[in-house]
Design a protein around this ligand. Structure first.
Ligand code: ATP
Ligand code: MG
Length: 259
């Protein structure tokens, strides 16, 4: 069974804009998928549909065969973890407390409100911190860490959730090249070692080539490429990044010359 099943999904926002136009994809369990595409292509919208932050206008999204919808959202949220471009940490809290919040999806409403964690949760959080090599920073305030370290906390929080799927929306967009490399390698390692299905939105073609099993290219709300890194030829890249109504696009040529 697919880890994620996206079935003829369209998304029209209340202002009438159609961000996704009949998107279908089956994402294999334990695979590493990168979604590429120009700004506004619908990458974030697609990711947000996979954890129920948005609902499709038509079509369906399933995680492990189960429909992502309003009623069972809590169950889905526990199974799907998110990693964000801006890390989304609670800055004044310690690193380990931030990681512990990954356990909240598994706890009762009352427990969540009062941040009541079990002893077992602390063990899971410490283990997650050791996976991202931040054990020594457990009691530092989150905002005292560098961007790369903060993103590793974001990944530890996702791991602590013990999810089936990790969705990362431009996880390296705010990081330098070396930290970006570390974060991608960490996500790849988690995919391989823990068998967690990983889907990452990226703007870096080179990172997509190096780390992905599969690349999905989106443009204007549609999937316009779906294949292995080897299959992503210069002409496929043109298809992904082409801009509507621009015939001889010098910027596109320049951008893709070294991609
Ligand atoms: N709540 C909303 N209401 C109306 N339009 C929206 C809403 N959210 C997103 N959009 C529009 O849908 C389109 C797709 O947005 P989305 O954020 O999915 O693109 P993206 O591929 O993630 O772009 P980027 O690479 O810049 O992050 C954009 O044109 C955006 O303006
Ligand atoms: Mg986006």
């Amino acid at each position: 069974m697919s880890a994620i099943s996206i079935q003829s999904v369209s998304k029209r926002f209340p202002n009438g804009f159609e961000a996704l136009k009949g998107v279908s994809a089956e994402i294999r369990s334990g695979s590493f998928t990168v979604i590429l595409g120009p700004s506004g292509a619908g990458k974030s919208t697609l990711l947000r549909l996979m954890n129920g932050l948005e609902t499709p206008t038509t079509g369906a999204v399933k995680i492990g065969g189960e429909l992502v919808n309003g009623q069972k959202l809590r169950g889905i949220r526990a199974r799907v973890a998110m990693v964000f471009q801006q890390f989304n940490l609670v800055e004044r809290l310690s690193v380990v407390t931030n990681v512990l919040t990954g356990r909240l999806a598994h706890r009762s409403w009352v427990g969540s409100v009062f941040y009541l964690f079990r002893k077992e949760d602390m063990g899971i959080a410490q283990e997650a911190l050791s996976r991202v090599a931040l054990t020594d920073k457990a009691w530092s305030r989150a905002d005292k860490l560098s961007g790369g370290q903060q993103q590793r906390v974001g990944i530890a929080r996702a791991l602590a959730q013990q999810p089936e799927v990790i969705l990362a929306d431009e996880p390296v967009a705010s990081l330098d090249p070396v930290s970006s490399e570390e974060i991608m390698a960490l996500l790849r390692e988690i995919c391989e070692r823990d068998g967690i299905t990983v889907v990452v939105n990226l703007h870096q073609v080179e990172l997509a080539r190096r780390f992905a099993d599969r690349i999905i290219g989106m443009n204007s709300g549609k999937i316009v490429f779906d294949g292995s890194p080897e299959q992503m030829t210069p002409s496929a890249l043109r298809t992904i990044y082409q801009r509507e109504g621009i015939e001889n696009d010098n910027s596109l040529d320049m951008a893709l010359a070294y991609a």
